[in-house]
Ligand binder design. Structure first.
Ligand SMILES: [Zn+2]
Length: 343
């Protein structure tokens, strides 16, 4: 439950993350003038940016358009100008006693080695590492610690689903790290799409596990509509319209639904490790408040979103530990049943 909860929260958060694009910071005339001049001259005061030196032509058929590397250079120039104008403007504002404001939907982060949000990237990588560790130890528990059937397969009926869940989670944290390193159209889409994928899959998993759906046909009946919906939604935001509001509704609904499923199960199932479920649900729910408060980055690094990514690291560890417990619990009760049958 915790894992799904984490995934749900992640998705909800990442959905909430880039909702607004016009912000106070980039509406500021001083900032706007700075960016416009920088893009024209390639310099802010004495500091000049090599990427801003390209001559540009736009419009016309594809063969008269500038080559791809020049377009990249232009993007790089825009990024450099925006970043340095923002840093300068924020310094001025700070000396006047003003609090930080957002620029283009984002807080003024300090870059490290060209990485836009170093704290979020570091925490995303750690989340990925914890998922990898959890996924690996789940595999070891199943195949080296627990008894296997005669055909060398595990007794636990949710093996394939959890493996898939592990892979999708690692994929989504990978793209989260990429997106927080550099926020461009393609990295944003990949981050959103992989978050939706893991959120949708963990909803399926939540239904199948909490209702003990073990018959193949029933599993297909439950999964098919959700898979169809999630696929359509991913195609929609990628190829039709990246509608942040709608995407948020989808993510929140899928996230809250699986939270409720796990919470109900924790309450009724008498699972020996249900406390782990509760910790993840409650802590995950509280962590969500961070996204709502959305405070500016402390020292230019740790904003609410990055702290949220930090909190999911221990929750991920606990969640995989719950999954291992669940495998042990199911295996031992299955073995008990088969022994009583044999008697
Ligand atoms: Zn994020």
């Amino acid at each position: 439950m915790a894992v799904r909860y984490c995934a749900a929260l992640l998705l909800v958060l990442s959905c909430l993350f880039s909702v607004s694009y016009a912000s106070l910071g980039d509406a500021d005339p001083t900032y706007r003038t700075c960016v416009a001049e920088c893009e024209r001259n390639g310099c802010i005061g004495q500091v000049c940016f090599p990427q801003c030196n390209s001559s540009s032509s736009s419009g016309g058929p594809w063969y008269t358009q500038e080559p791809l590397y020049l377009q990249w250079q232009k993007l790089g120039c825009q990024g450099d100008c925006r970043y340095h104008c923002m840093v300068n403007r924020e310094k001025e504002r700070e000396s006047l006693g003003h609090v930080p404001v957002k620029y283009h939907g984002k807080w003024p982060f300090k870059r490290v080695l060209g990485i836009q949000e170093p704290a979020s990237v570091a925490f995303s990588v750690l989340n990925l590492a914890m998922h990898f560790h959890g996924w690996l130890s789940f595999f070891i528990t199943l195949y080296y610690k627990l008894p296997l059937k005669q055909d060398k397969t595990a007794y636990y009926e949710y093996v394939g689903l959890w493996h898939m869940y592990g892979l999708l989670s690692m994929n989504s944290w990978f793209w989260s790290a990429v997106f927080h390193s550099r926020d461009v159209d393609i990295t944003e889409r990949l981050d959103y799409s992989s978050a939706i994928a893991v959120l949708g899959f963990s909803l399926i998993l939540a239904i199948l596990r909490t209702f003990d759906v073990r018959v193949e046909a029933a599993r297909v009946m439950v999964s098919a509509p959700i898979l169809a919906f999630v696929t359509t939604h991913i195609l929609y935001i990628n190829f039709y319209k990246l509608d942040y509001g709608w995407n948020m509704i989808v993510c929140v609904t899928m996230g809250v639904a699986q939270l409720l499923l796990w919470a109900r199960w924790a309450a009724v199932s008498r699972h020996p490790s249900s406390w782990k479920l509760w910790v993840v649900v409650v802590a995950g729910g509280l962590a969500m408040l961070l996204e709502i408060y959305d405070f500016p980055p402390y020292e230019g690094y740790f904003d609410a979103h990055s702290i949220w990514h930090a909190i999911t690291i221990p929750l991920t560890v606990l969640w995989w530990s719950f999954i291992r417990d669940d495998a042990e619990f199911r295996t031992s009760s299955l073995l008990k049943k088969s022994k009583t049958k044999a008697k």
